[in-house]
Ligand binder design. Sequence first.
Ligand code: GLA
Length: 402
Amino acid sequence: MKKITFILLFASFSHAYSQKTQGLALTPPLGWNSWNTFQTNINEQLVKDIADVMVSSGMKDAGYEYLVLDDGWMAMERDKNGNLVADPKKFPHGIKAVADYVHSKGLKFGLYNCAGTKTCAGYPGTRGYEYQDARYYAAHDVDYLKFDWCNTEGINAKEAYTTMSKALATTGRPIVFSMCEWGQNKPWEWAENVGHLWRTTGDISNIFAGTKDMGTWHALGVLKIIDLQKGLRKYAGPGHWNDPDMLEVGNGLTEAENRAHFSMWCMLAAPLIAGNDLRNMSTETKNILINKDAIAVDQDKMGIEGFAYAEKDSVETWLKPLQNGDWAVCFLNRSTHPVSFEMNWKEKPIFDSLSKASLDAEKNSYQIFNIWSKKTEGTTNHTFKATVGAHDVVMLRLKKEN
Ligand code: GLA
């Protein structure tokens, strides 16, 4: 009897340390990451400026919380004890000073490393230093770790990410674990208790359609990434999200494309990690990034990823069930010309077998709120008619009337 109790106790104890820190990222994380604009050209002043503007631009109020430094924050070598070292030129006061500054603004701070022997940009990787690096992050008050997959030849992804996840959990500091192995090892099938988010694809680029030739690889446009999310929605939920990569809003897309990209990331319950230079973004870009009604779709507590419901004349209709019987609806125009469309809500009831939510305009009436124009456009008792611009969206919230 005693022996059994001991075994049970041991099993539950080891279980506690065999998985990620729970209770984090219960809605998709919002933040900013340095990579898409700055690559490795980052430094202390940039972090301070970005933290300041996250507050002054209204991004913090809109929910953006994590300021994450991507590749390039480290010196080329570890110190003689094997500890990571921040690049002394870029960060003359060290990483803790930067983390303190970010925290003083009411934000959270994140860093990047890689499961391999070196990061993608050639800085020291974590392979063999998982627990030591986790202690470094905890000691430097890091709240978020993005963990990449370069220079990992021959290692097993599930094991590598699980080791790092355990190492972070063992520190006792709540650290969001962002897995970035580009969807190569189907993390959605095994990472629910390993990471809080996992990349589903290769890297995004600031193009809407097609791919961009990067020499040895192809970066993906917004539409390609959307297409690659097919079949993945059942794996996402509170605390474990599909990550279709960081935002390219404000990085050269047209205003319509920025809006469409952002809206679709919200429909996908994706992490919203801005990647533009917040210090000089246009008003249009800012207003897209801080649209509270779009963000509310992303952040809906049910945590159900949206799905493609129909497609006609290059316009896809996406639906996302929300709390209280509401629905988000997004008409995405993939073509380069405007398209007129209509939606007869009463044509047939829609049932989502994943969430068990139904959109039944015969049984219920929904008020139609346009998330971008901010206008109420009648109810679902009437057929909805609109024109959606090239590479643009019409995004609605259907509010269930009792
Ligand atoms: C990989 C990741 C990117 C970025 C770079 C940094 O390509 O997918 O998001 O972190 O590495 O080198």
